[in-house]
Design a protein around this ligand. Sequence first.
Ligand SMILES: NC(=O)c1ccc[n+]([C@@H]2O[C@H](COP(=O)([O-])OP(=O)(O)OC[C@H]3O[C@@H](n4cnc5c(N)ncnc54)[C@H](O)[C@@H]3O)[C@@H](O)[C@H]2O)c1
Length: 446
Amino acid sequence: MTETAGGAEAERLRRFEARVADRSLRLLVIGLGYVGLPVAATFASAGFRVTGLERNAERAAAIARGECPIAGDEPGLAALIARTVADGHLTATSDPVVIEDADVVIVCVDTPVETNHRPEYRALRSALEVLAPNLKNGALVIIESTLSPGTIDRVVRPALEGNGGATLFVGHCPERVMPGRLLANLRTMSRVCGGDSPATSRAMKALYRTIVDAELDEASCVVAELTKTAENTYRDVNIAFANELARVCESAGADFLEVRALVNKSPGRNVLMAGLGVGGHCIPKDPWLLAAAVDERTPLLLVPSARAVNDAMPLHVSRLVEEALGELGRHLSGARVAVLGFAYLAESDDERNSPSEALVTALTACGADVRVHDPFVARFAGSIEDTLRDVDAIVIAVAHRAYESIDWIHARTLVRTPALIDARFVITRALAHDAGFAFRGVGRAR
Ligand SMILES: NC(=O)c1ccc[n+]([C@@H]2O[C@H](COP(=O)([O-])OP(=O)(O)OC[C@H]3O[C@@H](n4cnc5c(N)ncnc54)[C@H](O)[C@@H]3O)[C@@H](O)[C@H]2O)c1
């Protein structure tokens, strides 16, 4: 796994770079989800022959037919998949036999956390188990999945070392994409090329240079692991601060957006947006992946607190619903509540760890009868008008464009009780009042 001779290292790098240049390297991408699919299609469009190995056979078959299984608004992705499959550069399968041909394997499987917040590496381990006995000598295995610091050394290497003695090289190039901008992010965001040696980092740089038009930084694997988990933890902590400030503004009788704009005039301040909480596959779990790497005798304090603050926002919003209904002499128990938006992000179909789900749970636990609408989530994609008819409260949970253009004066004529709660700064208090609604909002003065 490690290299000895400097000359051999230089020669390996030279050969690898030559095969990047003539596109003769065979690439295998394991896991064709939000990360793996755009990665596979982008390398295919750069001229490599790329095979995607996806354990969900239906998904693999759809991709092999040139179809895009991601339903949200992903500019260019469907066309890129159709084109790269049609021209023969991209193919997909669920048969691991394709591993034997791969010179480079890029692992993009999900890496969630257990309910006790420890890393859950079932998908990663299963991918490594299939890889280990089938990899060719000299293959480079790059993990793009987010990892708790130390995982390459503690989990990935030992699993791959059971491969019967072939020489392998291991790297970690964590992904920075966001649903809604997958292709653009992939091409324009800088990346950390963490390698098991400087030559591996440089080889990774040569490969990613073919698809990334931004800085590529060489580092060790553990620095790459720390960088990725730290950047998402930073975001979670900062969103938690915005959410706490928003709650103070509500109680103190001020508008969060106004306070935020003024605070951000102070040099070095950048208060983020408050809202219903955080969701998606990454932000709610990456802080735990970071925290898992600390000495258990001195556990972190700030990071778990930020998680708790953000996780409490759906409950806070359910209290705002209760308040708005109370103003109209109604109880939450027995009320019909429409929740607008179920994905965790505007204009996306990604509903993983969505705070809307936690909101629905909180409202239901209080005895409300909840109906959900989301244009991007198939089972909730009915008409907005039907969803609002005869409800007692409306919660704007996601800032999908469809909700920005709701005619609230017309909506007022549909509902049974006019209570409107905005968790995403989609409507102003003045507009809500003018339309005849009792109004509450995250970060809006009571
Ligand atoms: N979603 C994002 O925006 C994002 C951004 C940056 C980093 N990441 C990280 O990238 C990784 C992947 O995230 P994602 O959102 O693409 O997850 P995902 O769940 O959308 O995709 C993972 C895919 O891997 C497949 N899979 C799992 N185990 C497999 C195996 N052994 N063999 C073949 N296929 C297998 C699953 O069926 C699934 O299709 C995670 O570590 C995540 O933290 C995600």
